[in-house]
Design a binder for this molecule. Sequence first.
Ligand SMILES: [Ca+2]
Ligand SMILES: [Ca+2]
Ligand SMILES: [Ca+2]
Length: 233
Amino acid sequence: MITRHTLSALALALCSAGASAAFSDDFTSGLSGWTAGGDVVAAGGVAVLTTASATFEDDIGESLNLSGTDPLIVGDAGGLEDFAGVAIGSLDPDIEANATEGSALRRSFAVQAGERFSFDWNLATLDTAPGLAKDYAFVVIEGQRFDLGRAADAQQAAASPYAAQTGWMHFEYVFAQAGNVNIAFGVVDVTDYSVSSRLSLDNVSISAVPEPHAYALLLAGLGLAGFAARRRA
Ligand SMILES: [Ca+2]
Ligand SMILES: [Ca+2]
Ligand SMILES: [Ca+2]
């Protein structure tokens, strides 16, 4: 006899097979396993990247650099583009605006086709001047850059010393094929060096696709349920 309990158990089996994370990091263990470029720390269970210099006085009257390490330079060999795995010059957002410096966090993963990569992010900034708020945050996956948000998108009030934030947002990407992939998160100053932005990251995960036997189990369960329903009719 198939009961609702049996179906629930089957659904649960499928869910647990599907949800078994291939990778997850909530940054409660710091930056273990990651490679940091520029100003990157883990604090309070969140990874934080800034565009703030440790050497120069960005953000007059504030010191927003968190690590004591300067951001990486943009536009030169050995700088942020090389670190993130994109072409030198490609971080400039448009012909009138140069990216100047920024920080990034990277890691490589062995992934399977169909696996889902996801994370949460929040961009905070002091760069709020109309028309000039071009600092932005991005993620590079397999050499392709996806822009997360620009300073101009930061429309919520932020805790001091930042002026505005986007609020926590969610990003997802499904790998089309198996292989070793490089992933890099980054945040850059654009036009100026001295008005800082901060990218926070959390809950980075790669979820395994449900295994075929879990689907077979569910289909078998549904088939039996259909049979039982007909018998009772
Ligand atoms: Ca966390
Ligand atoms: Ca800036
Ligand atoms: Ca800066």
